[in-house]
Design a protein around this ligand. Structure first.
Ligand SMILES: [Zn+2]
Length: 249
């Protein structure tokens, strides 16, 4: 099992501290989330840690793009900086949310995928039932249309729970493990998982076991397809507990 840490949900902590913790706790992967942090904010020490230190410790690296509306030109500029930085750091893939794909797919296809050919874009499922690509069906449709320039997908367990947990919405009801099974059965290339738990009411990023997500069903779906992709723990407090639970699946 490839366990990964991410520098999210703890804005007071400097990036170097996250990386040092990942190295000290011997995870196998690190995901750099450009949330409030921007590529221009990275110090020389951060770049050294993200490049040389992670690589020499054998840790893989992925990058998570900021959640922005890419119809705005200033946000497209930020995204280009993030893509350039990801490519420079040799990140395995760049996780993106694709709001309004019809309005922004040209930007992603022509100004990112074409300009940064070494970059693999991984689309993440949204958390709102009425958001974009929040169900397996929508992700499969997305790949039918845009699979030629999209590199893969990132399955977020907590988002899948929230999107599938409200049967009164028009979207199909789809528990998290079933949704993962559905997209793998359709042959979608899976880059990574985002791991956090909830009870279907709030996106509160709980440790594994503190909500009602069927993580053993998720692990079984991965095993069925022979996959060992990075499992990015998307919370900081309680990360050891999540790790123990995941390693026991
Ligand atoms: Zn996520």
């Amino acid at each position: 099992m490839t366990i990964a840490y991410q520098n999210a949900l703890h804005p007071a902590q400097p990036l170097a501290a996250f990386i040092n913790t990942a190295l000290a706790e011997r995870v196998q992967w690190f995901e750099l989330f450009f949330d409030r942090l921007r590529p221009a904010d990275l110090t020389a020490a951060d770049r050294q840690a993200l490049g040389v230190d992670l690589a020499s410790a054998g840790l893989g690296l992925s990058v998570h793009a900021p959640l922005l509306d890419y119809r705005r030109s200033e946000n497209r500029e930020i995204m280009q900086e993030v893509a350039a930085c990801s490519q420079r750091l040799g990140a395995a893939f760049l996780v993106v949310h694709l709001p309004e794909i019809e309005a922004s797919s040209r930007f992603f296809r022509e100004e990112l995928a074409a300009v940064f050919p070494a970059l693999k874009l991984s689309v993440e499922n949204a958390r709102h039932p009425d958001g974009h690509y929040s169900t397996g069906f929508e992700l499969i449709e997305c790949f039918k249309q845009h699979g030629s320039w999209l590199g893969g997908c990132t399955f977020d367990s907590g988002h899948a729970r929230l999107a599938g947990g409200k049967p009164e919405t028009a979207k199909q009801v789809c528990p998290a493990a079933a949704m993962l099974g559905q997209i793998l059965a359709a042959g979608l290339p899976l880059c990574s998982l985002h791991i956090h738990d909830n009870k279907g009411d709030q996106d509160n990023h709980l440790p594994v076991g503190c909500g009602d997500i069927d993580f053993s069903g998720i692990a079984a779906a991965l095993r069925r397809h022979g996959l060992s992709v990075p499992m990015v723990i998307e919370h900081w407090d309680g990360r050891e507990e999540s790790r123990k639970q995941l390693e026991g699946l």
